[in-house]
Each structure stands twice: as structure tokens, then as C-alpha cells.
Design a protein around this ligand. Structure first.
Ligand code: MG
Ligand code: ZN
Length: 197
């Protein structure tokens, strides 16, 4: 593998007037609807056999890993509080996603899961607890991180943690996110990856 290049927020990813010129070190990813397909409305991805990666997701994580950017997953899994699964089941789903990403060279540096019921903790998104835990674990400043999610609660959590935000959604979606992208591969493609000579 060659030298790891610096990764910067591209011009296209920079909000008007914003001075966010630091290197990107950590990408925070929501799970369902970002890495893998969401379950039908009112249902959950409970079993590893239900994991279906979204098109381009593995390639996107592989590109970040190759560029030396850390990737952490921050995911609400209320299914645990509802008694539908336990944490070991959630771990099996994480393991399956890890296994499917690794074939494309992608590595998740850490998984951060909120298993709690609504209103019972400090970590369930839109609260920033999971994101702050990831930043702390990896010693990364908010200016060096971006949150990518498909729900507005991901974006609100990102704002609260002080990181840049990308919402994966149709371009016409009303959102407070800094940027909107159709999918993870497009979002990652907007990050400028430069390799020193
Ligand atoms: Mg989601
Ligand atoms: Zn929680």
C-alpha cells in the first residue's frame, strides 16, 4: 500500500463562508440506510442474514480506509430496549457488516450503539453521546470529523457534536445538514483525497 495522503473537505463540501480547512480524520456513519438497507417501516434489521449492504457502501468505506481516514459507526438500536434482540445479536449484525466491508478493504475502527429506549439516555440520536464517544476514543477534534446519516436525527446529533454533516437523501429534501448527497459513495467522493508525491 502506498503512502497515506491527506484528506481534506473538498470545496464542494464546504459550506459558504465556512473556514473548515483542517484535515479530515474521522467519518461517523449511521448504520441503517447508510451502510445497509433499512428494514421496512416499523421493522428492524435484527439478524445478520437480513444485512444487505447498499450499492457502493463497501467501496466508499474501502476508499476512506485506504486514505487513512478512520470510520466509526454510530447507531440507535432501540430494538434492544424493546426486547426484540440483545446486544449479542446487535454485535452479530456488526460482525456481518464488518465481514462484508473487509472484502473491499474497508475497516470500521469502532462501533457505538445506543440500545436504550426513547428519552432514557444521553446517547440516543439526536443527542450527540455516541458521536462524542467516538471523537473521544480516537482523539479527534470535531473540526476533523464529519457525520453522514440518512435521518435528520443524525444531522441534529452532528450539529450538537460540532462536526460537519452530510444527509443522504434526495436533493430536494428539507434538512439542516451542511450538505446533501444521494448515497455514501457520492458523499465520500466529494472528500478530496490527495497523495503526496
Ligand atoms: Mg439510518
Ligand atoms: Zn442511549
Amino acid at each position: 500500500m502506498g503512502r497515506v495522503g491527506a484528506v481534506r473537505m473538498s470545496e464542494r463540501l464546504r459550506a459558504p463562508g465556512e473556514v473548515r480547512s483542517g484535515s479530515l480524520r474521522l467519518v461517523l456513519l449511521d448504520r441503517d440506510g447508510v451502510l445497509n438497507r433499512r428494514a421496512p417501516e416499523g421493522r428492524y434489521v435484527l439478524n445478520p442474514n437480513d444485512v444487505r449492504l447498499l450499492p457502493g457502501a463497501a467501496r466508499a468505506v474501502g476508499a476512506l480506509t485506504a486514505a487513512g481516514v478512520l470510520v466509526a459507526v454510530v447507531s440507535n438500536q432501540r430494538s434492544v430496549a424493546l426486547g426484540l434482540v440483545d446486544l449479542a445479536d446487535v454485535q452479530r449484525v456488526s460482525d456481518r457488516i464488518d465481514a462484508q466491508l473487509v472484502v473491499a478493504g474497508g475497516r470500521i475502527a469502532s462501533w457505538h450503539i445506543c440500545p436504550h429506549a426513547i428519552g432514557s439516555c444521553r446517547c440516543r440520536k439526536p443527542l450527540p453521546g455516541l458521536l462524542l464517544a467516538a471523537l473521544k476514543q480516537h482523539g479527534v477534534a470535531p473540526e476533523e470529523a464529519v457525520m453522514i446519516g440518512d435521518q435528520e436525527s443524525d444531522i441534529v446529533a452532528g450539529h450538537a457534536a460540532g462536526v460537519a454533516t452530510v444527509r443522504l437523501a434526495p436533493a430536494t429534501t428539507v434538512t439542516t445538514a451542511d450538505w446533501v448527497a444521494p448515497d455514501l459513495l457520492a458523499a465520500v467522493g466529494w472528500l478530496r483525497i490527495s497523495t503526496p508525491p
